[in-house]
Design a protein around this ligand. Structure first.
Ligand SMILES: Cc1cc2nc3c(=O)[nH]c(=O)nc-3n(C[C@H](O)[C@H](O)[C@H](O)COP(=O)(O)O)c2cc1C
Length: 390
């Protein structure tokens, strides 16, 4: 029984420890900070500043939106805005700590005229930043530009003379406005939420969000080829690599045997087809979504000076209006001759580029050199999101 009691006490103690360790999850899902409700007026500015590296939280989970911004915080924020450049030396203030989280920032700010301290050796590290000080630091950071005086705030007379132009400037540029009733409240404290708001306006103004240009419609390139003995296939594969194109082999429904290709035999199938204007050997399968392609490289072997009739079948199988067709061929020795131009009547409304003959052993570099000289439509030179390897 005593043992049971001991176990129970242990269990309770453990439960207590665990409950104390449990993290507090309070509406942190949207802003990432437990003290910044997703629907707070400043939530989007806090998130913007955090995401752009302008302000960090006061802890892993808190932002402390209602805490006054201190002068050290402001120096740090501007230092971050400047991209945290390297600094050297030490500042001359007596109220800053060496090696503190703000040290580099305060040093940078004083070396660059963004802050000047109180003039008595004090920086006022932990002092709450006043609204007019905030205006002045931002203004100095921006190079102390001139500003239109505009109409006065109701409390204009209480703005320090050294802050006059800065306040005009923040108002003119919409970075800070009054706090209501046309009051600027120059000595009022700026909370971290207000700071985030002003900083967001400033940052967005300096670097307006880039609206991405709509992506141009990028057409695709197809390399379609017929190859009885592999030579044309080799060039087609080079092209696929170079252009990052899709590859389609034109496969005869009835494959050619070596006897079919024996051109020394007048009656071989290949010769018969080449001599028959109406021959249209059937193709096995088809190109999926031919309509997606802007450019079709069309490859074939030279058979008796012309393209094999299966290429005719291919061209008659699709609507190629507006498609750029680039013929290429391999041969024993013949040039491309009239083989390509004779194909044009089969796709009259295509944009035919002049073709090129290669030997079956042509290198990728040789093929690349040819592609580089082609006048391809711009969009099609880039396949999807990968640059061609030209
Ligand atoms: C029926 C037939 C006719 C051919 N006629 C020619 C020709 O007129 N001129 C030529 O140089 N080569 C000719 N050749 C050779 C092929 O064009 C050459 O071997 C080509 O590279 C083969 O390509 P492939 O391996 O992709 O089928 C002919 C080959 C065959 C089978």
């Amino acid at each position: 029984m005593r043992n049971l009691k001991r176990v129970w006490t242990l269990f309770l103690a453990l439960a207590l420890v665990l409950s104390l360790c449990a993290p507090a999850y309070a509406a942190v899902e949207d802003t990432g900070f437990s003290d910044v409700e997703a629907d707070a007026w400043y939530a989007e500015f806090v998130v913007y500043c955090r995401d752009n590296g302008l302000m960090a939280g006061t802890s892993e989970t808190t932002f402390s939106p209602n805490t006054p911004t201190t002068r050290a915080m402001m120096a740090t924020i501007l230092y971050r805005l400047a991209g945290t450049p390297a600094v050297s030396g030490t500042d001359s203030y007596t109220d800053t700590q060496p090696g503190a989280w703000y040290s580099d920032a305060v040093l940078w700010a004083s070396q660059n005229g963004v802050v000047s301290g109180y003039g008595n050796g004090l920086f006022g590290t932990d002092d709450p930043l006043t609204r007019e000080q905030m205006a002045v630091m931002l203004w100095r950071y921006s190079g102390s530009p001139s500003a239109n005086a505009g109409s006065d705030f109701a409390d204009e007379s209480s703005i320090a003379s050294w802050a006059d132009t800065a306040v005009d400037w923040v108002r003119e540029n919409g970075y800070m406005s009054g706090v209501g009733a046309n009051l600027f409240q120059p000595q009022g404290q700026a909370t971290r939420a207000q700071m985030a708001t002003i900083l967001t306006r400033y940052h967005q103004d300096a670097e307006p969000p880039v609206t991405p240009e709509p992506e141009p419609e990028v057409g695709k390139t197809l390399v379609a080829y017929f190859s009885a003995t592999g030579n044309t296939e080799s060039i087609a594969q080079h092209l696929q690599t170079i252009l990052n194109a899709d590859l389609y082999e034109i496969v005869p429904e009835d494959p050619y045997t070596s006897e079919d290709l024996n051109y020394n035999n007048d009656g071989c199938r290949a010769n018969q087809e080449q001599n028959d204007p109406n021959a249209r050997p059937a193709i096995s399968g088809s190109v999926e979504h031919m309509e997606d392609y802007d450019v079709v490289f069309l490859g074939y072997p030279i058979w008796w000076g012309q393209a094999p009739k299966i290429i005719y079948t291919f061209l008659e199988s699709y609507d190629l209006d507006g498609v750029t067709i680039v013929p290429f061929c391999t041969s024993g020795s013949s040039g491309i001759g009239s083989s390509a131009t004779n194909l044009q009547s089969l796709a009259l409304n295509a944009n035919w580029l002049s073709g090129q003959r290669f030997s079956g052993s042509a290198s990728q570099d040789a093929v690349t050199a040819w592609v580089e000289g082609l006048d391809l439509p711009e969009a099609s030179a880039d396949a999807e999101d990968t640059q061609p390897q030209l």
